[in-house]
Structure formats: C-alpha cells, structure tokens
Design a protein around this ligand. Structure first.
Ligand code: 3PG
Length: 511
C-alpha cells in the first residue's frame, strides 16, 4: 500500500472521537482509508493508533491501512473514483463548511458525501437538494458512541438509493452484529478482529432526512430511558435508603430479566464506582446538573409540532432542564414543604419488585411513544418506514440496545401496520398484568415526595390511551364558549360542526 498509485476506498473527514473510531473500524474490515482533519494532530493520532494496533493485533499486515492527508485536495487525489467520503464533523455549519471546501477542492458529481453527524433531519433534506449538482449528498446517523463507532455501531442511512447501493457492503461490514437465532448482540472489542457473522445493524431507512429523523427519535427514547432509570435510583436511594452500590446490585439483578439493556448495565457500573479522589460513591460526587446536546429536545419539539403524544420524552428533557436549576432547587428545598423522610414500607423487597415491573411498563410506554412519533412523521413525509427493521438495527451497537427490542421487532413482524405498540398482544398483556405495580410505584413516589416525572407520565400516557372517553369534550365546550371555536357531536357525522350561542339564547346552530 506504500505504492504512490495506491487508491483508497473511502475518505474520512473529521477525526474526533467518532471519526477516528469509524476510520479504524473501516480499516479493520479491510477497506483502505484516507483520513483528514483540520487539526493535524488528530490526523497523526489516527495514523499512529492504526500503526500501534496493526503491530499488536495484525502481525501479518505490514502496510498502513490508513493514510493521513494534509488537505482535501490530496485526499480527493488518493481516492478511487467515484469517491466515497464520510463526514464526521459537528452538526450545523461545519457540515456545510466541509461541503463547500470539497466543491472547491474538485469533488465530482458522482462522488458520495455521507454526513454521519447528529444533524437536524430537516437540514439533511435541504442539503440533499442544495448539493445535488455538485455531488451525491447522503446521510447516515450513527449510534453507539465511541465504542460503537470503533467495534460496531447501529447505522441509519438515508437518501439516494444509488449512493446506498454503493456503500452498503462497507456499512454491513462495520455495523454491529446480532445473532440471528437469539436476537442478542455479538460483541467483540478487539482491534483487527471485527465481527463478521450475524445480522448487521444497518438497513436503508428511506429518503433523505428519514435516517436522521429515526436517529433523533432513538435519542429521544434514550433520554426517556435514562431518566426512568434515574428515577428508579432516586426511589431506591432516597426512598428506601439503599446506597448507590446497593442500587447497583439491584440494577444488576434487573439486568438479568426483561429490563436487560446497555443503559441498565452501565447505570449499575456507574453506581458501583468509587470516586478516585475521595473514595465516596462517584455518583455522589458528580454534580446533579444534566447536560444535553439537543436531540431529545428536537424529538420533543417534533412531537409537539405534529401533534403526536410523546410526553415521557418531553418530560425527560424537562427533567434535565430542572436539574440545571441547582440554585433555585437549593433555595426551594428550604422553603417548600413536603415529605422528606424515607419511605415507610412494610415490605421493601416487595417494593423493589414492584418498581422493576413499573420500570418495564414505563419503558414500553416510552418506546410506544417513540415508534408512534416515527409513524406519524412517516405519514406526513410519505416515508415507508419499516419498523421491524428499525427495531432490529437497534438490537445491538446503539445506546438503547436492549433484549426488549427483540419483542418490538417481533410485534412489527407480526403486524407491520401496528398503530401503537400498546396494541401488540404481547405488550398489551404484559402491561395489563403489571400495571398495578406501576401505579404503586407512582403513588409511592408521589406520597413520598420523590419526583418521578417519566414513570408517572408514561402511566398517564397508558391511562389516556385506555380511556375511550376523555374530558376533551369539556375542553371543546370551553373553546366554543369563549372563542366560538365550534364542536362536533357524538350523535352526528364526523366533520359536522356546531356552535352554542352561549351569551344569548343558548340555541344550537349547525355551522
Ligand atoms: C449523543 O449524541 O452523544 C448522545 O446520544 C446524546 O447526547 P446528549 O445526552 O449529550 O444529548
């Protein structure tokens, strides 16, 4: 490969944590990579890491698998045509900055540029149109963080099918893999030794923007799932007086059952970690102000915009927001009264079991919200989303990977038109059986003064959907009263509007 005329299979632009690891993952799968970053130290770091790993794990390979480039023109000259370029740069202006530089550097119209960042899906739709004269703009949302990028992420590609057909073999090679029989991830975290067997966690999602939309909802579900686990922690820690490590033990046990997930596993690990500085539980030394990069917020905004109920996802974003108000929380903790003592429970172990069931139900509810949101947006955009495939590619590699996704896959395989996951027989039964424990967990939290916004809102979603009648009738009456906004009647055809003359003779008029 030291041959000057050697051409490379793919260019990776942006060698931060994700870009560097994707480049190494691609190289491990026998594709030759040309790599570039504006920061030359990152280029050197990537090239050096490839060399270290090659020498340690791939003794028979003598030639470098990654070429460090000094600029984009050099990179373009080193790539096999038509070229494939993967962008791993921050969402927003940097994506357009690189696209512009690529045009200046001489990119050609049949070259493919793949945005793998966390871009806003509407930006992706717009970019495909903006750049289509200059090159094929394609997008692929990536989940799995640093380790996923390195050893197998979940990949959500969307856009031009021509582009997809060309990159699909690389994508299938680098994606996380699932054992087809068990539906469980096949994990191997060793450089130079990628997982080649199993079902790859990538599938063509649909037209431009759909992949980023699906990833955005994945992140919204992730926000809710994380917050649910945090609420369970607070109930066990503050409510029952279990130490962080003891809650970690409970979570490890739960991780053996229906709550098995990557997020549950890492939460147990975090809770059992001692602070290297003080020896105290690390979680007690971490400031309780949550950060966010915005994808959960985008999901909540999108749900509000299209009128799709996703209250638990929105609550998770609000929970992060309220956590940042540390000063006000400290002040109000002295001012506002409420129960402060530990929960007085006759059988704490029974409560732990009830909380496990509550968490399972809340989790189903928040996944139902996420999938319903994707379905409603797909209808608006005329995307043909395959939800069984989407659940399948989330079974490994991504942050919300969980055994539970196998059941979601099966639910959509049985009925691809399923309107709401709560309607799937298996989930409807599971929730009906466990819902009483969910209510006990919510009421215990409420009576104990422990906030559990996600566990509670997930239950309100469930109860709202099992209510054939809601008080929206009164709400329509209120709207008609003050704004003459009209209402439909239960005994007349849908679409027929009525108004009552509230301020005069109270006669009813068909409008
Ligand atoms: C990521 O994109 O890194 C995470 O999936 C979400 O990040 P956040 O919690 O910082 O928003």
């Amino acid at each position: 490969m030291n041959n000057q005329n050697q051409l490379y299979d793919i260019g990776v632009i942006g060698l931060g944590v994700m870009g560097k690891n994707l480049a190494l993952n691609i190289a491990d799968n026998q594709y030759k990579v040309a790599a570039f970053d504006l920061d030359e130290h990152k280029v050197q770091d990537t090239v050096q890491q490839e060399e270290r790993e090659r020498k340690q794990y791939l003794k028979q390979v003598t030639e470098p698998r990654i070429l460090g480039c000094n600029n984009l023109s050099e990179m373009l000259s080193k790539l096999e045509k038509p070229r494939v370029l993967l962008l791993s740069v921050p969402a927003g202006a940097p994506v357009d900055g690189v696209c512009k530089s690529l045009i200046e550097a001489g990119i050609e119209s049949d070259d493919i540029v793949i945005d793998t960042g966390n871009s806003l899906w509407t930006d992706t739709v717009e970019r495909e149109q903006r750049y289509n004269k200059d090159f094929l703009f394609f997008s692929c949302a990536v989940s799995g963080g640093e380790v996923g990028a390195r050893f197998g992420p979940s990949l959500m590609p969307s856009g031009s099918l021509t582009a997809w057909n060309r990159i699909e073999p690389i994508w299938q090679a680098i994606a996380a893999k699932v054992d087809a029989k068990t539906g469980l991830p096949i994990e191997r975290f060793e450089p130079g030794n990628p997982v080649i067997e199993g079902e790859p966690c990538t599938t063509y999602i649909g037209p431009a923007g759909s992949g980023h939309y699906v990833k955005m909802v994945h992140n919204g579900i992730e926000y809710a799932d994380m917050q649910l686990i945090c609420e369970a922690y607070q109930l066990l820690n503050q409510g029952l007086g279990l130490s962080p490590a003891e809650v970690g033990d409970v979570f490890e046990r739960w991780n053996q059952g229906s709550l098995n997930s990557y997020l549950m596993e890492i939460s147990a690990d975090v809770l059992k970690q001692a602070d290297p500085l003080t020896g105290a539980p690390l979680v007690e030394m971490i400031l309780d102000k949550a950060g966010q990069k915005g994808t959960g917020l985008w999901t909540a905004v999108s749900s509000l915009q299209i009128g799709c109920p996703a209250p638990t996802i929105a609550e998770a974003v609000y929970a992060r927001a309220i956590s940042t108000q540390k000063g006000q929380r400290q002040q109000l903790s002295q001012l506002l009264s409420g129960p402060n003592e530990m929960l007085k429970l006759s059988d704490p172990q029974a409560f732990i079991d009830q909380l496990e069931n509550a968490l399972y139900c809340a989790k189903v509810s928040c996944y139902a919200q996420g999938f319903q949101l994707m379905a409603m947006q797909a209808k608006e955009q005329a995307w043909q989303l395959d939800f069984a495939e989407i659940a399948k590619i989330w079974r490994a590699g991504c942050i919300i990977r969980a055994t539970f996704l196998q059941s979601i896959t099966q639910a959509y395989q049985q009925d691809s038109k399923l309107e709401n996951l709560l309607m799937a027989e298996s989930f409807a039964k599971g929730l009906s059986d466990k819902q009483n424990d969910w209510r006990i967990a919510v009421s215990t939290a409420v009576m104990g003064g422990i906030p559990a916004p996600c566990i509670s809102s997930a239950l309100a979603y469930y109860d709202s959907y099992r209510s054939a009648t809601l008080p929206a009738s009164l709400l329509q009456g209120q709207r008609d009263y003050f704004g003459a906004h009209t209402f439909e009647r239960t005994d007349k055809p849908v679409g027929e509007k009525y108004h009552l003359n509230w301020s005069s003779d109270r006669s009813l008029n068909k409008v």
